[in-house]
Design a protein around this ligand. Structure first.
Ligand SMILES: CC(=O)N[C@H]1[C@@H](OP(=O)(O)OP(=O)(O)OC[C@H]2O[C@@H](n3ccc(=O)[nH]c3=O)[C@H](O)[C@@H]2O)O[C@H](CO)[C@@H](O)[C@@H]1O
Ligand SMILES: C=C(OP(=O)(O)O)C(=O)O
Length: 429
């Protein structure tokens, strides 16, 4: 098998316009939503990324008819889904294979869910999912490699989630929309993709109230129907592109970027001196930004840390880390939500970055540093993108291996960055 890698020559200015892909973390749960109805779910702006390919293969193997059209159109009909269980190998590749549980329990009362894949960024518990399903009337058998779930009928109830888990919230919603009676879900995640899932389900006939808050009320209905939904822009990609422009001192227009979704990103990136203009729905990053760490009012070292929405997304902490290496001053980067997501800081240190990795959660960055090209390996989607930004910022040539991780979440990255003038090639070995 050919192992592809990126060859990157850094030190070149980028420029131009780019449109973000559809939100990965909205597309993946929405593909699972097709299992809640016999009718066709039409999705638009579905990103052509590795995780979507895997999810579509998983659904097709279960009998879902998938029709793909131009520009990210995808129609899914789950008429012929019988007793077949989700494929184990495919399930292990993506986090959201787990999200087949709620819909399949609602429709047929039995499902075997493999321990899921996704990014290896520390322990990723499923307890929020399982506790919610249990409260709704599911028996859970825990096996070393899988969970077997059965219900004789899901019944609405009052649930306070043990944490604001994104996919845990989506799971609870999927299991509640067809449950008997009303479900009150408290302490739910409200990320833009969770909101999108709710809006799409309502378009399919669900009765979900409280969208965009941490409390949802879901009145169970007896059936859902087909619908059409357009997936919004991927704000993790938008944040990555802002970071790319700032670190490489380039001017970039990010079109149809939903600037309203970047208020906290503006605050956190602002602590590194990064700014941008909003023109209609576009984000316009100016060239040659004087990146300078903004101390707190009392002169203390500031921090950039993650929180559930509307906090700063953990997926953008890796991007903030690489931008911080280019800013004058000292800043603390604190990845609170995942246990192993900052360890790629070692790769940036190899490239010449002034970083002290205090522990798996905290890195102190002292910038600016002149980065040098290196041979690199991408550990996960966002660290992979952060390494691409570092390589484009560095002097000399870098290679980035294991780009299958980057391809899981970014669509044709090298082609789209070449369009901005980046010296990046996809090569095989
Ligand atoms: C397919 C998908 O949508 N994946 C996203 C989803 O993953 P996923 O749904 O798996 O992530 P969760 O929201 O469940 O949890 C993320 C991490 O944050 C911790 N946690 C969570 C909530 C909380 O209130 N306190 C807390 O500490 C969890 O213990 C876990 O370590 O959400 C994550 C958090 O935005 C993102 O990084 C992933 O890209
Ligand atoms: C952590 C991520 O994805 P997943 O939850 O699908 O592994 C991500 O998109 O950064």
């Amino acid at each position: 098998m050919i192992m592809e890698y990126f060859w990157v020559e850094g030190g070149h200015r980028l420029g131009g316009s780019i449109t973000p892909i559809g939100n990965k973390n909205a597309a993946l749960p929405l593909l699972a939503a097709c299992l809640l109805t016999d009718e066709t779910l039409h999705l638009h702006n579905v990103p052509d990324i590795g995780d979507v390919r895997t999810k579509l293969a998983l659904l097709s193997k279960m009998g879902v008819v998938v029709q793909e059209g131009q520009s990210g159109q995808c129609s899914l009909t789950a008429l012929g889904v019988g007793e077949q269980q989700p494929d184990v190998e495919l399930s292990r590749q993506i986090r959201t294979a787990t999200l087949l549980a709620g819909p399949l329990l609602a429709r047929r009362g039995h499902v075997v869910i493999s321990r899921p894949g996704g990014d290896r960024i520390g322990r990723r518990r499923l307890d929020t999912h399982l506790l919610a399903l249990q409260a709704l009337g599911t028996d859970i058998e825990v096996r070393p490699d899988y969970f077997e779930l059965r219900t004789d009928g899901l019944r609405g109830c009052d649930i306070f989630l043990d944490e604001m888990s994104v996919t845990g919230t989506e799971q609870a919603i999927f299991a509640s929309v067809l449950a008997e009676g009303t479900t009150a879900l408290a302490n739910v995640a409200m990320e833009p993709h969770v909101q999108e899932v709710c809006h799409c389900l309502n378009a399919m006939g669900a009765k979900i109230e409280g969208i965009g808050t941490h409390n949802l009320t879901i009145e169970g209905v007896t059936g859902l129907h087909g619908a059409t939904h357009r997936i919004g822009p991927d704000y993790m990609e938008v944040g990555s592109l802002i970071g790319l422009a700032a670190a490489t001192r380039s001017a970039l227009r990010i079109e149809q970027a939903r600037p309203d979704q970047h208020r906290m990103t503006r605050i956190m990136f602002g602590r590194l001196g990064v700014t941008w203009e909003v023109e209609g729905d576009d984000i316009v990053v100016p060239p040659d930004q004087p990146l300078e760490v903004q101390t707190d009012f009392d002169g203390a070292v500031p921090k950039i840390d993650d929180m559930p929405w509307p906090g700063f997304p953990p997926d953008l902490i890796s991007i903030a880390l690489v931008v911080a290496t280019q800013a004058r001053g000292t800043v603390l980067i604190h990845q609170k939500m995942f246990d192993q997501r900052l360890v790629f800081a070692d790769r940036l240190i190899d490239m010449g970055a002034g970083i002290v990795l205090c522990d798996p959660h905290r890195a102190v960055v002292m910038g600016p540093s002149r980065l040098r090209g290196q041979n690199l390996v991408s550990p996960d989607i966002r660290a992979g993108m952060a390494l691409v930004i570092a390589a484009l910022t560095a002097e000399g040539v870098s290679t980035i291996h294991n780009i299958i991780q980057i391809d899981r979440g970014y669509e044709q990255l090298e082609r789209r960055l070449q369009g901005l003038g980046a010296h990046i090639e996809r090569l095989g070995e």
